[in-house]
Structure formats: C-alpha cells, structure tokens
Design a protein around this ligand. Structure first.
Ligand SMILES: *Cc1c(COP(=O)(O)O)cnc(C)c1O
Length: 408
C-alpha cells in the first residue's frame, strides 16, 4: 500500500489515532480491565492464554496491552510481516523464540553460526534452556543439521565482525528447519530477513529501533502462527514489554529511516578514514572494498550500516589506551543510539564467549567496535584521529616485545 519506508515509519501503527481524536500515541498503563460480561471475559482470556488476540477484553496486562500491540503492529509493517511480538529485552525475545521453536518441533538441538552477540552465544552454549548447540560457519549449516534440530540461528551483519551472512543460502541449507535472523544491526530500513525466507526476524529494539539509549526492548517479526506461539510463551513466562517502553520504542520508529541514513553516512566516512590511519591494522566494514566478499550489499542489505569494527596494532593495551583518550565518543557497550559509542568486544560484549569461540569469530584483543551516531563525522574523526595519533606515538616509544633485528 504505502510504498516508501520513510512514510511508513512515520505512520505505522497510528492509522486509528484520528478516529480516537488524538494525535500522539496513547499509553494504557492498566494492569487489569473491568470484566464486563463474565462469559465474554473468560472466552477472551482463554483465547489469549493459547496465543490468540483478545476477543475485546484484554482482561489482564500480562496477556495483552494495547500500547504494546500498537507498537508491534508498527514493527510488523516495517518488516513486511503479518505480525510482531514484543518482549522485555532482546534476550527475552531470543529465549521466547527458542521455547516457541521447541513447542513447534520435537527436539532440543540448535544450529548457530558464529560470531553472534556474546550473550546469545552464552545462552546457546550454556545448559540454561536444556538445549544443545552445534556451532558452525555460514557454509556448514546443512552438515550441522540433525533430525532433532528445532532452529537455525544467524546474525547478519554479525556482531562484532560485521561479516554478512547470506540469508537465502542459509534458508536453503536449513530445508524445513526454521531460520532465525538477528537483524539488530541492519534494521528493517536496510534488510528484511522474513522476505528472504527467514521464519523469525529478531531485534534487540534497545538499539536502533528505539534509538535513543533509554529503552531495553526486544521484538520478533514473523507470520501469524509463530506470533501465536511466541505470545503463548510470553503469557506463560511474563517476559513482556512495559507500555511506557513500548511507547518510547514506537516513537523512535518514526525517525528510524532518517537516523539510519545519517549514521550510515557517518560510518562510511569514518571507515574510509580509519582504513588510511597507520595505527589501524584492519577495518571491518561491509562498505569498504573487500568488506562484502559474497556481494550481499544491494541484494540482501540495502546499505553497509552504521557500525564499524577495527583492529588497532598493540592488542589490548592499545585498545584500552585509545578508549581512554577519546573525548567526544563515549566508551560504552550498546549501539544504535543518537550518540557515537565505542566498546572492546573481547573483554565486554563477547567476554562470556569461550576463547575458542572468540578465535573462531575473529574477536581479537585489538578489536574495537564503533557504533556511529548522528554527530558530524568531521567532529567524530577529529576525536578518533587525535586518540589514534597518540596511540601511534606511544607505539613507537614502547620497545617491542619481539627482539629487533641485530643490525639494520
Ligand atoms: C544487544 C543485542 C542483543 C541483546 O539485546 P538486549 O536488548 O540487550 O537484551 C541481541 N543481539 C544483538 C545483535 C545485540 O546487539
């Protein structure tokens, strides 16, 4: 219907507001609702407990909240899916997907491609949910499947290396096993995994979707059958999104296309400059020459995104020194905020990952992950360049651990 995502982002989930006589998104904080007719309320409760929508009366806010439902409608419109289901966090959303997958298929085996977000890696590697995970590469998915595999999990762009994974190829390899794509780094502005065959598109909405660093939220876009299973899990486990958080998330969606465009342009500029700086050993950014070996940009993902990872010479000490020298850019985990954040994956977001897992995922001690915000890239570069220059000087002043050649 509406052709442009820019327009959709502004209007999604707001179609009925004029009819309600309001302009801003309404917030419903009720925990309970007057029952009205007991039979009708009981029927509505039964429908929701089995994953359905309320039959009029929401009855109790763990079952349904209109503010959250409105936000879910908006995310589904942006992802081009029938529905979406919101959760208290990205991790609550992933947990619900794993439980829903086990409801829909008999088994407790998962196939996942490394690297992914550190806590997701930890959840899948631990026995917390009674799952067994086979870790593999994007090309090894078919070989890793078992008769009891309930879900294949990938992340693209991957956190923190920004490798792009071919969604359609993984879906082909998975056959009738559903594929979940963590699309947090891409947002629906750059990529819509369900249109490429994924069953579930997961977002840590804490990041770009909400976009202002003041909301923890997760959301899964999917078809009606998966949404029903996810709501059933949410009702039973109580991992729901608070309506105030849903309001902020929905408000953030209106500016999502503009924020992604501005941040992406800044990231591209910084990636090019970082690649030329002598203190930088390697830049990982899909938009740089060689950064997209599978040719997925333009085909799967409409732009290289707003995250840039880079390795500094000198390992952990150099990475820590660089963070300490920044003045404008904030050293902090998380991403997709209005301001630029930088963090050290090996000790922070991926600190819980096993050393083998870190090595397999290319998470080296000198790797830093930059989430570019909406500032002028010239100001951001001035800050980065000054810190990198100081780093390069310190490098030259420090004697190398490996002995220098006897004569030169
Ligand atoms: C942050 C993040 C998560 C976890 O989301 P929370 O909202 O922090 O629970 C999952 N996947 C990716 C890619 C993330 O960046």
């Amino acid at each position: 219907m509406t052709s442009s995502l820019d327009t959709l982002a502004v209007h999604a989930g707001r179609g009925d507001l004029a009819g309600l006589g309001v302009h801003a998104l309404p917030i419903d904080l009720s925990t309970t609702y007057p029952l009205g007719g007991l039979e009708e309320a009981a029927a509505s409760l039964a429908a929701m407990a089995s994953g359905g929508k309320p039959l009029g009366n929401p009855v109790y806010a763990r079952l349904h909240n209109p503010t959250v439902a409105r936000c879910e409608e908006a995310v589904a419109e942006l992802e081009g899916t029938a529905e979406s289901v919101a959760f208290a966090s990205g991790m609550a959303a992933l947990t619900a997907c794993l439980l829903a997958a086990r409801m829909r298929r008999d088994g407790h085996h998962v196939v996942a491609v490394r690297p992914i977000y550190g806590t997701s890696d930890h959840l899948l590697s631990s026995r917390l949910l009674g799952l067994t995970t086979t870790w593999t590469t994007a090309r090894g998915v078919a070989a890793a499947l078992r008769p009891d595999t309930v879900l294949v999990i990938i992340e693209t762009p991957a956190n923190p290396t920004l490798d792009l994974v071919d969604i359609q190829d993984v879906v082909r390899q998975a056959g009738d096993v559903p594929v979940l794509v963590d699309s947090t780094f891409a947002t629906p502005i750059l990529q819509r995994p369900c249109s490429l065959g994924a069953a579930l598109t997961l977002h840590s909405a804490t990041k770009f979707l909400a976009g202002h660093g003041d909301v923890i939220a997760g959301v899964v876009a999917c078809n009606a059958e998966w949404a029903s299973a996810l709501r059933q899990v949410r009702v039973a486990t109580g991992a729901l999104l608070h309506p105030l958080a849903a309001y902020l998330l929905h408000r953030g969606l209106a500016t999502l296309p503009a924020r992604v465009r501005i941040a992406q342009a800044g990231a591209h500029e910084l990636a090019r400059r970082l690649a030329r700086h002598p203190a930088v050993a390697r830049v990982r950014y899909p938009g740089l020459p060689g950064g997209d070996p599978s040719g997925l940009l333009g085909r799967q993902m409409q732009g290289p995104g707003a995250l840039v990872s880079f390795e500094v010479d000198g390992g952990f000490a150099a990475a820590a020194g660089l963070l300490a020298d920044l003045r404008l850019i904030t050293p902090a985990v998380s991403l997709g905020a209005t301001d630029t954040l930088i963090q050290h994956p090996a000790s922070l977001t991926h600190g819980v990952v096993s050393p083998d897992g870190r090595a397999a995922g290319g998470i080296t001690p000198g790797l830093l992950r930059l989430s570019v915000g909406l500032e002028d890239p010239k100001d951001l570069w001035r800050d980065l360049e000054a810190a990198l220059d100081r780093q390069a000087l310190a490098d030259r002043a420090t004697p190398q651990a490996t002995p220098a050649p006897a004569a030169s």
